[in-house]
Ligand binder design. Structure first.
Ligand SMILES: CC/C=C\C/C=C\C/C=C\C/C=C\C=C\C(=O)SCCNC(=O)CCNC(=O)[C@H](O)C(C)(C)COP(=O)(O)OP(=O)(O)OC[C@H]1O[C@@H](n2cnc3c(N)ncnc32)[C@H](O)[C@@H]1OP(=O)(O)O
Ligand SMILES: Cc1cc2nc3c(=O)[nH]c(=O)nc-3n(C[C@H](O)[C@H](O)[C@H](O)COP(=O)(O)OP(=O)(O)OC[C@H]3O[C@@H](n4cnc5c(N)ncnc54)[C@H](O)[C@@H]3O)c2cc1C
Length: 664
């Protein structure tokens, strides 16, 4: 039968050890074991069913999410799951919910910005979920511009309290997830005012709702901000609005790791940089990069399996049509996304390491790597989420008409994913942060301050400004050193050109605004270089398993040459490569697609996704697409009755009218 046979035959063609690739994708044998076990546990639990999500009203959808969250918590306790296993369980439940913000932002903020004492007080309550918290930073009038927040926290020395207040409509907290209907507490960001002096934005732990009856505490107005894009999707989350009318909290509820307010109302700065107030965002951006590879690989898995099952045109001698995955156009759209999923996985792994490293250094009062950690998390968050959002939509198109059906899983995945381009920092705003970092690095070249970390290549500025690409034949593009040099030279030259253009302005801030579109492109080039170089570094590790390394090399080359092809203008205009070398890169890319083709299904099997997680008829492991699509259609509530509700009121009168007209 079509589908079953197609995928079985594809799997038999694989030229590498899929089980070993699963370990590489998971990160370790241990992680694979945990994620495999937990994903099956979730898939086999009827409470975690997802198939009716797009058909529920907002209220039913939300209540169902609450039910799932409560059930998830119950299972975590009953099974005594570790922190790692519990996080996996929440991941595979696959439904945005207040829990994400509680575990993903509220707790990390207290850990990162609270003193030892504050952590001892609040963390046990949060870990046991005796309180539920969210992260209330963004306001109706200000999101990107954190320093523009208007909420005030005024110290009252009489009572040793802060008075939290929303002075204007635009100061209403707006967007925080989990705030609208669930959270009992929030970390609220507001301006610290002491003795009428404004000391800028700080975080405060504020109780919002009664722990007895869940009603808002006096002075607090709170609610949900309304339906968001798509059906189901992010509407399981209660993004909220919050206003304060002179709400009092004890002084020790200001998060005081970065600066402290004494009983006398004196502000004392710690030796840590003030930017640690932004620390949770660095943590979450790092996490978002890892999650991008999950969302993209999920869409790619669906589109790849379906492309092997779907046949159109080109009758072969045996009378069957061509699998659409065999069309070169399909390959040239699909395989770069497959390669990107792997590339984002590895850069995510590296970023996790970078984040752990910066944290360890911070504990030892070494703050030197913080600016790089900020630039890398901001830039890679931007790059990977934009590519993933676009990639999911491309996968929908790769599945033709059926991709537009909710049962393909792609519309909901797209709707749930796209806000990642906005939350935790608008992607353009974040690239501008990277651009500032690059300009600063370029301006310090030659000053004796050597560039470090991901900008170390900038130390070779003279060589990179002059080098000529050595490619003479298509296979030369397979050499990692050739690819790296081309990407380094492009990034170096774009940053230097931006810095030179900026230097022509008397006012640097005005210049920065004027040149911001070019600066963003320079930032993108730098971030793409990071992704390519981390993929290449990954390949230098010991990679066991028959054929695994070869497949990863092919994917790494596809990623790099696809980016080169997409941004050819950059590479040509900076003189990094010639038009002839560009055309050789293209020829090499085509040949790489042919190399990956027989392995495509096995490469997506290596993600080890359950059908429950994919929630897609088109992406089913068994390939049994058509009977299941047919079956799924009949489940739609519209098909509950043969004659639809409304027939007598609305259809019949039209038909009768037409009949009369026809007789006239
Ligand atoms: C839920 C989590 C669980 C899992 C994650 C997985 C998926 C996520 C799921 C759901 C998401 C749900 C929630 C989403 C939550 C949110 O969106 S919370 C709100 C997030 N808001 C933002 O991201 C706002 C973006 N804006 C900013 O970050 C800043 O305002 C700014 C754009 C960086 C500008 O800052 P500022 O006005 O202070 O200006 P600069 O002059 O540009 O910077 C001053 C110096 O500080 C350095 N800097 C800036 N940011 C940081 C930082 N984060 N860390 C370290 N350093 C930083 C900057 O480089 C300047 O340095 P200098 O040049 O040396 O002076
Ligand atoms: C689903 C979702 C969940 C969220 N969850 C939370 C949460 O839990 N807690 C929380 O506090 N917040 C949350 N947010 C808010 C989120 O962090 C902000 O929406 C985000 O930081 C973008 O800010 P903004 O909305 O102010 O966009 P704006 O800054 O208003 O952006 C609008 C446009 O202006 C452009 N722009 C802005 N500034 C510049 C500039 N300097 N230069 C060039 N262009 C610029 C942007 O690129 C964009 O195109 C959430 C948002 C969403 C969508």
């Amino acid at each position: 039968m079509a589908g079953f046979d197609d995928l079985a035959s594809e799997r038999s063609k694989a030229q590498f050890d899929v089980e070993e690739m699963k370990v590489i994708w998971a990160g370790s044998r241990h992680t694979l074991e945990v994620s495999d076990r937990i994903s099956r546990l979730v898939a086999n639990d009827p409470v975690f069913r997802k198939d009716t999500r797009t058909m529920l009203s907002r209220k039913d959808l939300f209540k169902n999410t609450l039910r799932k969250a409560a059930h998830a918590w119950k299972r975590i306790i009953e099974l005594r799951l570790s922190e790692e296993e519990a996080a996996e369980l929440r991941f595979y439940v696959d439904e945005p919910a207040f829990m994400d913000l509680h575990w993903g932002m509220f707790i990390p903020t207290i850990k990162g910005q609270g003193t030892e004492e504050q952590q001892q007080k609040w963390l046990p309550l949060a870990y046991k979920m005796k309180i539920i918290g969210c992260y209330a930073q963004t306001e109706l009038g200000h999101g990107s511009n954190v320093q523009g927040l208007e909420t005030t926290a005024t110290f009252d020395p009489q009572t040793d309290e802060f008075i939290i207040h929303s002075p204007t409509l635009t100061s209403s907290k707006w967007w925080p997830g989990g705030l609208g209907k669930v959270s009992t507490h929030a970390v609220v960001y507001g301006r610290l005012i002491i003795d009428s002096k404004d000391y800028g934005v700080n975080g405060f732990i504020v109780q919002l709702r009664s722990l007895d009856d869940h009603l808002p505490l006096p002075g607090i107005t709170i609610g949900d901000i309304g339906m968001k894009f798509g059906s189901g999707a992010y509407n399981t989350m209660d993004n909220g609005v919050l206003r304060f009318d002179h709400v009092r909290i004890p002084r020790d509820q200001m998060l005081m790791r970065v600066s402290q307010v004494t009983r006398e109302g004196k502000l004392v700065q710690s030796n840590v940089p003030w930017q640690l107030v932004y620390g949770t965002m660095v943590y979450v951006r790092q996490k978002i990069v890892s999650d991008a590879s999950c969302a993209l690989s999920r869409a790619v898995c669906i589109a790849t399996r379906y492309s092997a099952v779907r046949r159109q045109f080109g009758l072969q001698s045996n009378g069957i049509e061509t699998q659409v995955i065999d069309y070169k156009t399909q390959q040239s759209r699909l395989f770069p996304l497959l390669a990107s999923a792997y590339a984002f996985r590895f850069v995510g792994e590296w970023l996790k390491w970078l984040y752990m490293d910066v944290n360890q250094r911070l504990q030892a009062s070494d703050f030197s790597t913080l600016p790089e950690a900020h630039a890398c998390t901001a830039g890679l968050k931007s790059l990977t989420t934009s590519a993933t959002a676009d990639g999911i939509e491309e996968c929908r198109k790769l599945c033709g008409g059926h991709g537009y059906l909710c049962s393909s899983g792609l519309p909901e995945l797209f709707a749930v994913y796209i806000p990642a381009c906005t939350y935790e920092g608008d992607n353009i705003v974040l690239l501008l942060q990277v651009a500032r970092f690059l300009i600063k690095t370029v301006s310090q070249l030659g000053s004796g301050k050597e560039p470090v970390g991901t900008t170390v290549y900038m130390g070779r500025v003279e060589q990179l400004m002059q080098c000529h690409c050595a490619v003479q034949k298509a296979e030369d593009w397979l050499k990692p050193s050739v690819i790296l040099e081309a990407f380094e030279a492009r990034s170096m030259r774009m940053s230097v050109a931006s810095a030179q253009n900026l230097a022509k302005f008397d006012n640097q801030e005005e210049g920065f605004l004027e040149l911001s579109a070019d600066l963003v492109q320079a930032a993108v080039a730098h971030c793409q270089l990071i992704v390519v170089s981390k993929f290449i570094e990954k390949l230098q590790q010991d990679i066991p398993g028959k054929g695994v390394k070869g497949q990863l090399e092919a994917l790494c080359n596809i990623y790099a040459l696809f980016i080169l092809h997409k941004h050819l203008g950059d590479f040509l205009s900076t003189g990094c490569i010639t038009p002839k070398q560009a055309s050789l890169a293209n020829a090499q890319l085509r040949s790489l697609y042919s190399q990956v083709r027989p392995n495509a299904i096995a490469l997506v099997d290596a993600f080890n996704y359950t059908d429950h997680y994919l929630s897609s008829v088109l992406g089913r492991y068994d390939g049994n697409v058509y009977p299941k699509l047919y079956e799924e259609a009949w489940k739609d509530p519209l098909n509950d009755s043969v004659v639809p509700d409304g027939y007598q009121e609305y259809i019949q009168p039209i038909l009768k009218q037409q009949l009369r007209n026809a007789r006239l």
